[in-house]
Design a protein around this ligand. Sequence first.
Ligand SMILES: Cc1cc2nc3c(=O)[nH]c(=O)nc-3n(C[C@H](O)[C@H](O)[C@H](O)COP(=O)(O)O)c2cc1C
Length: 195
Amino acid sequence: MAKQHWKGGALLAPVPAVMVSCGNGDIDNIITIGWTGICSTHPPKLYISVRPERFSYSLIKESGEFCVNIPSSEMVRALDWCGVRSGKDCDKFKEMKLTKEDSFAVSCKSIAECPMTLECRVDKIIPLGSHDMFIADIVAVAVDEEIIDDKGRLMLEKADMLAYLHGDYFTLGKKIGDFGFSVRKKKTVAKRRRK
Ligand SMILES: Cc1cc2nc3c(=O)[nH]c(=O)nc-3n(C[C@H](O)[C@H](O)[C@H](O)COP(=O)(O)O)c2cc1C
């Protein structure tokens, strides 16, 4: 495999693209965020990186709260739109016909149409350069009952989530493994032998 060497760049992919809702009680806004991820399991924490010039930046900084709403692939137009229009000029909930939903643990609204919402309270803000990283505690999670099976297990594959690859949106493909499958004993082989 012949490789070219480029200078360092923000080229990690795929990443999620999420709709972060935020507000101060008077204004409810949505900002599309690609620079996000889990950064601790216990306690559960995630980060979002936001440019200080975004309208949402001060809403999040002042309230100390935001919601990471994970859209389904059929919401891709709203996802993109909220990432190219500013809440200082329009009401994104209204323009995209999205429903404001009361959150469980934070005061800002969630997006009812999204199958999963992570409600977050800001812990630390780390200035990094172009973006400030908001590290936040995930204080509650709202999940659509349609993606929970009768044993209470989360079936995220049914949420029809999407991925963001360097400017392009993609649906997800087929499942090709699961955590630890590479070292797991193959039960199916043993079962087959027993027959
Ligand atoms: C797919 C996508 C990903 C984005 N990721 C980020 C991001 O991680 N951080 C950020 O500050 N802006 C990001 N943006 C840009 C903001 O969403 C955009 O500037 C938005 O209009 C800001 O809204 P606001 O002015 O209402 O806060 C992204 C936009 C798109 C379309």
